[in-house]
Each structure stands twice: as structure tokens, then as C-alpha cells.
Design a protein around this ligand. Structure first.
Ligand SMILES: [Zn+2]
Length: 242
């Protein structure tokens, strides 16, 4: 027998304490405001330079505050470094805070990609978001690719783009194989979150939901926790190793 596998699914709620707004959830910044949603919709992004300028500006403002991992991110990284459990994180977030907290990148599946990298939509060249921000700060509001002049975007999955199928299938494998599945800071109302929770529950995993608001999966969960994530997660993960 290998070590028990703990799967931790995280949504926007885990990062709001770090100053990252909830963009795409049911109550998210983008969802509630169609003008904002355009900033993250590939069709508008590719065709409207003004959308790109505003999209870059919004990213710049979010990361200018230098968001840091909070107690919940740190508790996950600490559980992993304890070595007691095999651990994988499946996240809807693009903020890279799990990795910044010390969790090895190979243990984090980013369903919506990452805003820490930039990709050229024409040639595929990948560069760092820090470099793009430096160009913004130097007066390029919509910096083109330095290799080919193509349109750059963060390496995130925008509305209108498909999720990476290999990432999705790996997430499904983890959901089916885990012994415990934590669903943290997600309303679990949208694909693929809902499907992964259902897979884990159907496969017999213990299901623990940590979210301020009710979710459709509360009735089938083994435990539902409403307290703030930064308090709840360190306690719950601590119980796994004690
Ligand atoms: Zn290019």
C-alpha cells in the first residue's frame, strides 16, 4: 500500500484572503459585469486592442499588490512536506500561490492555466508575466511578442477557450483515486469542478467541503465547513497528521 492520496480542489475562495478577487465564479467580478467579462473572453481579446489594454491593466493592478500565500496555502504546502500523505492540488486559480507557498509545481494542476506566464498567440513563445509587466510600466500598454510581433496573453484559459484535455484527464484520475477530497473555496456549480467532486464521491473518497456558501454537493459530503478557509484548512489538514 502506498501512502493515502489526498486531493485538494481549490477555487477563488482560497485566494481572496491574499487579495486576489474572485473573477469568474457565479458572484465573480467578470461574471456579474459583461464589460469585465470581455477582458477575459478570447474573441474580444484577439480583436479589440482596447480590451487587451484594459485586460493587461487589470492584471497589472492585481499583481502590483504582490499577493502572498495565506495560511490556507501554507497549510497545504506543510502537509505535503510532512510526507505523511501523497498530495495533489487541483486548482481553478491562476495566481500561482500554491507554488509560492512551497508546494512543488508538479503537484499542482492548474485547470485554468497560469497568469504567471505569458504566451504568444501567434508563435507560442512563452515568457514571464513579470517581463510583460515591465514593458507595461515602460509605456507599452499592449506589448507585442518580441519574437514575431504577435498578440501576447497570459497563459490562462479565457472564456471561449477549451480547458487542456490532458490536465482535465489527470484531474479526473486524481479524483477517482484519492481517499480524501477537499473542495475548498469553490461554489462547485460549474464544470469541471462539479464533475470532479461527483467522481471523487462516486469512487468512495471522503468528501470535505470548505466554503462560505452552500454548494450543490453539501448533501453528499461527509463534512461541510463554513468557517473562514484560513482558519478551517490548517485545522482540518492538521487533523490528518495527528
Ligand atoms: Zn510570437
Amino acid at each position: 500500500m502506498g501512502r493515502p492520496l489526498v486531493a485538494i480542489f481549490t477555487g477563488a475562495g482560497i485566494s481572496t484572503d491574499s487579495g486576489i478577487p474572485d473573477f469568474r465564479g457565479p458572484q465573480g467580478v467578470w461574471t456579474l459585469n459583461p464589460e469585465h467579462e470581455k477582458l477575459a473572453t478570447i474573441e474580444y481579446y484577439m480583436t479589440d486592442p482596447d480590451v487587451r489594454r484594459r485586460s493587461w491593466q487589470m492584471r497589472r493592478e492585481t499583481y502590483a499588490r504582490d499577493p502572498r500565500p495565506n495560511a490556507a496555502h501554507r497549510a497545504i504546502a506543510e502537509l505535503d512536506s510532512s510526507g505523511v500523505m501523497a498530495l495533489r492540488v487541483i486548482t481553478q486559480n491562476t495566481d500561482g500561490l500554491h507554488q509560492l507557498a512551497g508546494l512543488p509545481a508538479r503537484k499542482v494542476l492548474e485547470l485554468h492555466g497560469t497568469s504567471r506566464s505569458v504566451v504568444c498567440t501567434a508563435c507560442g513563445a512563452r515568457t514571464s508575466t513579470e517581463d510583460a509587466f515591465a514593458r507595461l510600466d515602460a509605456g507599452e500598454p499592449d506589448p507585442p511578442c518580441l519574437e514575431c510581433g504577435g498578440i501576447l496573453k497570459t497563459a490562462t484559459v479565457m472564456f471561449g477557450q477549451n480547458l487542456d484535455s490532458s490536465v482535465l484527464s489527470e484531474a479526473a484520475s486524481i479524483a477517482r483515486a484519492c481517499t480524501v477530497f477537499f473542495a475548498v473555496g469553490s461554489s462547485l456549480q460549474v464544470y469541471p469542478a462539479a464533475g470532479l467532486v461527483a467522481m471523487a464521491a462516486d469512487s468512495g473518497a471522503r468528501l470535505v467541503i470548505v466554503n462560505a456558501e452552500p454548494t450543490p454537493y453539501d448533501p453528499v459530503a461527509d463534512e461541510v465547513v463554513r468557517e473562514p478557509i484560513g482558519d478551517a484548512l490548517p485545522r482540518l489538514l492538521g487533523e490528518l497528521t495527528s
